[in-house]
Design a protein around this ligand. Structure first.
Ligand code: NCD
Ligand code: ZN
Length: 348
């Protein structure tokens, strides 16, 4: 197969940031994706419906002319979140979902939730509305090894949470382990799961053998090869629980290439091409459309995108840098400079 036409995909987990960074990264996603679930971990975070509406307006104002890209907004769950405000945001079409960051789990998550019993009223409202809770699934207990934080979260946090809130619908974001794949399968009636390109293409050896490669560092951190294989098997199986979520998370090069580098891989300019590589390498190109374009809308109860895009086999290269106005200066995409086996063909 040298070309592939698919329904226009969506990105069900994306960091767009704000200001100059937003202006720099938005075009790459808007060129390929029909919609994206926009993460609320700005500084300060997007907590209320009115903050989400204002952020959405800033995104829409920066879209290239003629773009039909739709940002789907999320609210950052805090222990002070107001269930009535979130419900009104959902009713009015401002909010698609609510995002749970355990406090301290990742970039800009200090305002997150420490004690889940303090957000019980919000979770009950989400259940009643069928509004999804998007979960960064890692415990932050200092004693728990960073490579075990996802698996421990499933056992000690998410299992009891689903047992207590029997109608709660959850997206387990950026799964990184075989345990997460098994958990999602066991709860397929109400748990969906996003998988990033870096967790499909790489494992912790790629990040650490022969030198530390900061552009492979994201959270949840890359795991062993057997976990990578479990993720590849899950997404190429065609099971509707698994869908595309890049977790593209831009940070300035200076913040990544540092003695204490930030977590986050900037994948947006090449994400679909990288997913295509994974599906191609496993003889599963015919399963790419489900993962990229159909399973996500089905979980969220949204229509699939009306138009299609075309992927063609051919030489391309991951850009070595993306410019940002002002002091942030530039971004280094994941796998910068590496050859790409697929290209997204321009419309028309
Ligand atoms: C994300 C970011 O930089 O905002 N970083 C990451 O490593 N994935 C936050 C997140 O999704 O955990
Ligand atoms: Zn993320």
């Amino acid at each position: 197969m040298d070309a592939l036409t698919l329904r226009r995909p969506d990105d069900w987990h994306l960091h767009l940031r704000d200001g100059a960074m937003l202006a720099a990264v938005l075009p790459a996603t808007a060129a390929v994706m029909g919609r994206a679930i926009v993460m609320p971990n700005l500084v300060p975070p997007v907590v209320t419906t009115s903050q989400a509406a204002a952020y959405r307006a800033r995104i829409l104002a920066l879209l290239p002319p003629g773009s039909r890209f739709q940002p789907l907004m999320t609210a950052y769950l805090t222990e002070d979140s107001d269930p009535d405000d979130l419900a009104a945001g959902h009713r009015d079409g401002v909010l698609t979902a609510v995002k749970l960051y355990p406090a301290g789990a990742t970039t800009n998550s200090h305002a997150g939730v420490r004690d889940l019993s303090r957000v019980r009223r919000v979770l009950e409202r989400l259940e009643a509305l069928g509004m999804p809770l998007l979960v960064h699934g890692e415990v932050t207990t200092p004693e728990v090894d960073i490579f075990d934080r996802e698996a421990v979260f499933l056992d000690t946090v998410l299992s009891p949470l689903l047992a207590e809130h029997t109608a709660l619908r959850v997206v387990f974001e950026h799964a990184t382990t075989a345990e997460a794949v098994a958990f999602v399968r066991a709860h397929r009636d109400r748990v969906g799961c996003t998988v990033t390109p870096q967790h499909l293409l790489a494992n912790r050896n790629d990040m650490l053998v022969g030198g530390v490669r900061p552009h492979f560092y994201c959270l949840p951190v890359l795991k062993r090869a057997r976990h990578q294989q479990a993720l590849v098997q899950a997404v190429t199986s065609g099971e509707p629980s698994f869908f595309l979520g890049t977790d593209s998370a831009p940070h300035p090069v200076s913040a990544k290439e540092s003695a204490c580098g930030c977590a986050g891989c900037y994948t947006a300019p090449v994400a679909l091409q990288l997913y295509a590589e994974v599906f191609d390498a496993h003889g599963a190109l015919e399963k790419l459309e489900g993962f990229a374009s159909l399973h996500g809308p089905a979980f969220y109860g949204l229509p699939v995108n009306p138009d299609r895009i075309r992927l063609v086999r051919g030489q391309d290269v991951v850009p070595s840098a993306v410019a940002v106005e002002g002091p942030a200066a530039e971004l280094r995409p994941f796998l910068a400079g590496r050859a790409l086996a697929w290209r997204v063909q321009a419309e028309g």
